[in-house]
Design a protein around this ligand. Sequence first.
Ligand SMILES: [Zn+2]
Length: 151
Amino acid sequence: MESESSQISLKICRHCSVASRTDAASCPSCGKPYERRIWRWWFAIPIVVLAFGIGYFGISRLIDDDNPAGVTAEEAAAVTPGISRPDLEDQLGEAPQYERKRGNGEGAPSCAYYGISDEPDAAWEFCFQDDKLITSHQVGGQAAGAVPTPP
Ligand SMILES: [Zn+2]
């Protein structure tokens, strides 16, 4: 961080008229800020536009994204047992929302959970042992089987 004094502009204080070479935002002589008017109202426009843009695109992505977070029950059900963890992520196209080891010890299965995008209360549990998918089923939601979902 080298700074030559020639690169630092000479500032003249609007308040006390003292000229100083300084990078500071406020006058070293009287302590008042040099550029109070730098915060003009239109400075807020890009910020507001940006905020709206993020809000708008964020929301629209939630509403009509073809590939929202989570998987569909069909996608999850199509996963064949015996595949490895990386293969699962490959097939579903995303990482699990949540992971948990079942029980203790080295050989304990670890389970990966994917939210089911068309059933907000449900998740799909994939449990792996020795890097092989051993169980795959829906948890939560209508998993109790009360209402079979039409294909
Ligand atoms: Zn001053």
